[in-house]
Design a binder for this molecule. Structure first.
Ligand SMILES: Cc1cc2nc3c(=O)[nH]c(=O)nc-3n(C[C@H](O)[C@H](O)[C@H](O)COP(=O)(O)OP(=O)(O)OC[C@H]3O[C@@H](n4cnc5c(N)ncnc54)[C@H](O)[C@@H]3O)c2cc1C
Length: 438
């Protein structure tokens, strides 16, 4: 049986998961199981496919198989912005294709609404807040980018509010930001708690196996998957492995395996909370795509995220020291009134992107489907892609489905080492362009 050539490996440094304390023992796959559908990967994509398949086909037996603990993957390591706008909204060509932009937003909003329905119906405790997102700039160059962003929003009749330096200081406590745009429709949440809650509330016909890495596979149908202590046999397989998708031989040299990094402080003391001021739960999106994302949490911790690193192995355990130095600088620039506030956790998470921005969603073989590569906004996009993929598998249709199914394929990468060099040079160029926004 051919081995999976790229296996996920995680550290225990993901702050979102660690602050939740010890988790119940996982169910590990043991023995040989034959089921109607198998979904590999319990991120937002895989969780959504498994849920929707189970809803549409309650008699089917479904196995969702995950290499590590749910919540320790990229789904639980991300910054928790469930975003309605596509990331390319700041791009130059954006205004030229307003109809498509409106449909993309409707697509992401359908993902947010479905997630909200699930969170509400199941009482998932994940600090779900529909407070929107604020795009904020610390310097003039960033402010100009945001002015272009405002023009794009005008072109598609999107609601937003502009904020000046004084309003931003009142909201965020820090005086770092000079110009902002607040968009009201996004959600912020605790991502590890959300992913765990989604898994715990799956319909009864989904069996969830954690700490069960698929190490070998034979494509059929029937497809046979081997883990350390068991096998799964199925006529219908969905691969939702994100940064590790190439391990199954899929989309070879078409996905860009990247790591992005976050750090979270210890909780602030009462004196630190007073020194900072501002609101106690917010999310800031940088004016520049290579800038720094910030979250302040109701538990008085602050999180920052920045930098992208190319990683052929999607392994986020290496290279941390260099990354944390940059996090330190970004944090001190924004929060000089908190000189003793230290990071308690720093971590990375693997993503897959594509050069042309195309995702993967649809049938890729006989009884074989895949969904992944959401260009870094997988909370909403991954959820709705997974839902639509399951509906497509069961013969259902939706007017927005064509946006995730049957689009262009991820374009081919340059051969290595040019691809690796290209990504590294691009990341450095973007960091330079981001300037003070990093
Ligand atoms: C630091 C950081 C910040 C981010 N911030 C945001 C944000 O604010 N908003 C947003 O929308 N997105 C954000 N993202 C991106 C987001 O995390 C991803 O888009 C999302 O998690 C993708 O979902 P997924 O289901 O495709 O992938 P994943 O969450 O990576 O799930 C794929 C799963 O497949 C499993 N898997 C892979 N191979 C195997 C195997 N052989 N056997 C078993 N299981 C396997 C993996 O362990 C993993 O759990 C961020 C990412 C990072 C790292």
């Amino acid at each position: 049986m051919p081995p999976v050539s790229l296996l996920p490996r995680y550290d225990q440094q993901n702050g979102w998961l660690e602050i939740l304390g010890p988790q119940p023992e996982p169910t590990v796959l043991t023995g040989d199981l034959v089921v109607d559908h198998v979904v590999i990967g319990a991120g937002y994509g895989g969780l959504a496919v498994a849920r929707r398949l189970a809803e549409l086909d309650p008699a089917a037996e479904i196995a969702l198989v995950e290499a590590d603990r749910i919540g320790n993957n990229a789904a639980g390591r991300c910054s928790g912005f469930i975003i309605d706008h596509a990331h390319n909204i700041r791009s130059k060509g954006f205004k030229e294709d307003t109809e498509n932009a409106k449909r993309q937003i409707a697509l992401n909003r359908a993902g947010i609404d479905w997630l909200e329905e699930i969170v509400t119906a199941n009482g998932i405790d994940c600090d779900w807040q529909r407070v929107g997102k604020t795009h904020a700039a610390g310097g003039e160059k960033g402010a100009r980018v945001l002015q272009g962003f405002a023009e794009s929003l005008d072109a598609i009749d999107e609601q937003y509010e502009t904020l000046d330096a004084e309003q931003l200081k009142a909201k965020f406590g820090t005086g770092f930001y000079q110009y902002g745009i607040h968009c009201p429709h996004s959600v912020i949440a605790q991502p590890a708690q959300l992913a765990i809650g989604l898994a715990e509330s799956l319909p009864e016909n989904v069996r969830v196996f954690e700490n069960s890495t698929v190490s070998d596979f034979e494509l059929g149908p029937p497809h046979v998957l081997r883990t350390e202590r068991g096998t799964l046999t199925t006529p219908s397989l969905v691969i939702a492995a994100n940064g590790f998708g190439e391990g199954f031989g899929l989309f070879k040299n078409r996905l860009l395996p990247l790591i992005t990094w976050a750090s979270m402080t210890r909780p602030m003391t009462a004196d630190e909370v007073e020194a900072l001021g501002g609101e106690d739960d917010y999310g800031i999106i940088p004016a520049h795509p290579a800038g720094t994302t910030v979250r302040r949490r109701p538990d008085n911790r602050i999180l920052i995220r920045n930098q992208y690193t190319f990683s052929r192995t999607s392994d986020a355990r290496a290279g941390m020291a260099k990354v944390v130095k940059v996090h330190e600088k970004s944090f001190r620039n924004r929060y000089p009134m908190l000189p003793d506030l230290e990071f308690e956790y720093s971590w990375g998470g693997a993503l897959s992107l594509s050069r042309n921005g195309a995702g993967v969603c649809g049938k890729i073989g006989d009884g074989l489907w895949s969904t992944m590569a959401y260009q870094g906004v997988g909370m909403a996009k991954g959820t709705i892609s997974g839902k639509f993929l399951a509906e497509h598998m069961m013969g259902e249709d939706d007017p927005l489905m064509d946006l995730v199914l049957g689009g262009p394929k991820p374009s081919r990468n340059f051969p290595d080492p040019f691809n690796r060099w290209g990504v590294a040079i691009n990341a450095r160029w973007r960091r330079w362009q981001a300037g003070i926004e990093e």
